[in-house]
Design a binder for this molecule. Sequence first.
Ligand code: ADP
Ligand code: MG
Length: 256
Amino acid sequence: MASISLDGIGKSFGRTRVLKRISLDIRDGEFLTLVGPSGCGKSTLLRIIAGLELQDEGSVRIGDRAVDGLPPKARDVAMVFQSYALYPHMTVERNMAVPLVMRRLGALQRMPLLGRLAPGTERMRASIAADVRKVALALGIEPLLARKPGQLSGGQRQRVAVGRAMVRQPAVFLMDEPLSNLDAKLRVSMRAEIKELHAKLGVTFVYVTHDQAEAMTLSDRVALVIDGELVQIAPPQVLYNDPDHVNVAAFVGSPS
Ligand code: ADP
Ligand code: MG
């Protein structure tokens, strides 16, 4: 678990200023949802938190650490994308194991002697397989472990993408419109699963969605970004029922 603190985050692509001094404190264990029109900078902000993109101005803290300059794998976050981003040539099991293998191989390489010992590697393999199986059981995808992504439905792929994030036991989940490729019925059931995941793990979520019902049911607070600026941050009932700005009302479609 970890709090996240964004202080004056600015970002431009070429001459386009995409994020304008975004400051935002996300509480430890909070479910925060970013909403806003397409192109307003939501994905860029998420990628900056993940370390996949570097901000031009400002700083990011995760837990008690300033993470500016740290690569994604050192940030204790896991990201789930809209496109799932699974490796098509690998089985579900391999897909879910990849982040753990990378992390533990990294640790082994820092201990060159251990790295050459076969028993150490075998033990690592077995413990990764056990971790993957545990998560797969929890998500109901254990029967799919030997399949490849091409042999899965959209919902199953999405579960695998969530599972791959879970095996790392990150302090923070970053999810970028993870359900938007699913049909309406599946979206509703996956929404319930994400809510349950948050309740069970108690870790911090930063979530991006277009779907007002998703934002309403999942979020502790919703942050509205318009044109690279943070316009309002409030519990969903307040944002949707009592918007404090005409832009907010226009975006969420409330009557005022
Ligand atoms: P959102 O997720 O809210 O739809 P994005 O963060 O993806 O918005 O994009 C914000 C703006 O930044 C858009 O105008 C987009 O075209 C631009 N943008 C995003 N990534 C890049 C990039 N790598 N290079 C250039 N422009 C980008
Ligand atoms: Mg986006």
